[in-house]
Design a protein around this ligand. Structure first.
Ligand code: ZN
Length: 138
């Protein structure tokens, strides 16, 4: 790898870090739209954290689209570098049709309301759907 190639890759890496930072800031704003630093923001932050803690303490195999829309903002997990390893605590498959989310490593066979996706314990889900993490809404 020559010097120019190293510079090019460094610029690409910095641009990707910036893109991901902007995406996270936008998701945080969606999860808590109150003015940062305000009392409303602090209250909503606490509510969002409690939702995430409850979710992590007892991860459900399936959350309905309504529950997800009410309580969480979805952060896409990039599939490009994962290979077939997608069963992770805190990662869920979002059905591209009904928008239910299914835990990527459920306690038993699980399917969404419309039946488009079914996830079995310790097996990867269908990659035509989006793999997401859930951020608690305030
Ligand atoms: Zn579905």
């Amino acid at each position: 790898m020559n010097k120019e190639e190293k510079k090019r890759l460094k610029r690409l890496g910095a641009a990707e870090v910036e893109r991901q930072s902007q995406e996270l800031r936008e998701l945080a704003r969606q999860a808590n739209p109150a003015r940062p630093g305000s009392d409303d923001w602090a209250k909503a932050y606490s509510v969002g954290v409690l939702k995430e803690r409850a979710l992590n303490a007892a991860p459900p195999d399936r959350l309905s689209a309504e529950q997800v829309a009410r309580d969480f903002v979805l952060q896409t997990v990039p599939l490009t570098s994962l290979g077939n390893y997608t069963g992770m605590q805190g990662w869920y498959w979002e059905c591209s049709r009904c928008r239910d989310v299914l835990h990527s490593s459920p306690s038993g066979p699980t399917q969404c309301t419309c039946g488009h996706i079914r996830v079995l314990p310790n097996l990867p889900g269908a990659k035509s759907n989006r793999l997401v993490k859930l951020i608690g809404r305030g």
